[in-house]
Design a protein around this ligand. Structure first.
Ligand code: SF4
Length: 258
């Protein structure tokens, strides 16, 4: 499957590998991607391939679309397991992110009281007070940490502004356990150099960072669909299992997706 964009402001529901029946909330426009990272594995494509002149969705647009979708699901006797902030880029970069969390919490109470609220974020703005507070209000605060190696972050994630991984680790630890970490492991090449982050030089410092952060859960996964840079390849299940075992030995729960 080629890279794709999601509908906006609501997409799905889709069966998520990690989250169950997930109704997606996309604060970015449907016409392109807006992200503070530019990951080589992004299923939405590279930023430069997905430029858009449209803006983030408004709170009114989100309220209208989400009410309509939840009401139609309820009328069909279905409920989402989770309402997931994700979509075409970085949800916490939206100027209405905090209000959107409040709105989704209110609509969940009315239409889908059993559903969890999740945020999938690259964590770049997690220390901004309004974002931090909003992330504390959701059930699953799932933040990215693919590596703690600054050079590798520039190669794989390409932050689109200043990014200090040690500051990220400190911010992540300040959630005092109200955080889940997602990490992708990949192999192959990027820009002519190895892109493999499964070696000891990457895994051991990453495990040390996890211990400092002390998350509720760690998600590790690999490439599952087509990615924008085809020299990037997936990691074998046995390697992921070996890394997961080492996470467990550090006393942390881990879920693996192949
Ligand atoms: S943080 Fe997520 S949306 Fe942004 S480039 Fe990376 S994978 Fe894509």
């Amino acid at each position: 499957m080629p890279t794709f964009l999601n509908d906006s402001p609501v997409f799905g529901p889709v069966q998520s590998r990690r989250l169950g029946i997930s109704l997606g909330i996309n604060l970015m426009p449907a016409t392109g991607k807006i992200c503070s990272f530019n990951c080589a594995y992004c299923e939405n494509g590279l930023n430069e391939q997905r430029r858009t002149s449209n803006d983030y969705v408004s709170l009114d647009e989100l309220e209208h679309a989400l009410k309509k979708k939840l009401a139609s699901m309820a009328a069909n006797g279905t409920q989402p397991d989770v309402l997931t902030f994700a979509g075409n880029g970085e949800p916490t970069a939206s100027p209405i992110f905090a209000q959107a969390v409040d709105l989704v919490r209110a609509l969940r109470t009315v239409y889908a009281p059993a559903a969890r609220i999740s945020v999938l974020s690259n964590g770049m703005f997690a220390d901004k007070p309004s974002v931090f507070h909003a992330l504390m209000q959701v059930d699953d605060n799932i933040l990215k940490l693919d590596t703690v190696d600054a050079t590798y972050i520039e190669l794989l994630n390409k932050p689109q502004g200043p990014y200090d991984v040690n500051e990220r680790i400190t911010t992540y630890a300040s959630f005092h356990g109200h955080i889940k970490i997602q990490t992708i492991f990949v192999s192959g090449k990027l820009a002519g150099v190895s892109a493999d982050n499964t070696g000891e030089v990457y895994v051991n410092p990453w495990l040390d960072a996890l211990e400092k952060i002390d998350p509720q859960q760690v998600f590790i996964y690999t490439i599952a669909r087509e990615v924008p840079i085809p020299t990037l390849t997936k990691v074998a299940p046995a390697i992921l299992d070996g890394i997961a075992q080492r996470v467990r030995k550090r006393g942390l729960p881990v879920v693996v997706s192949y």
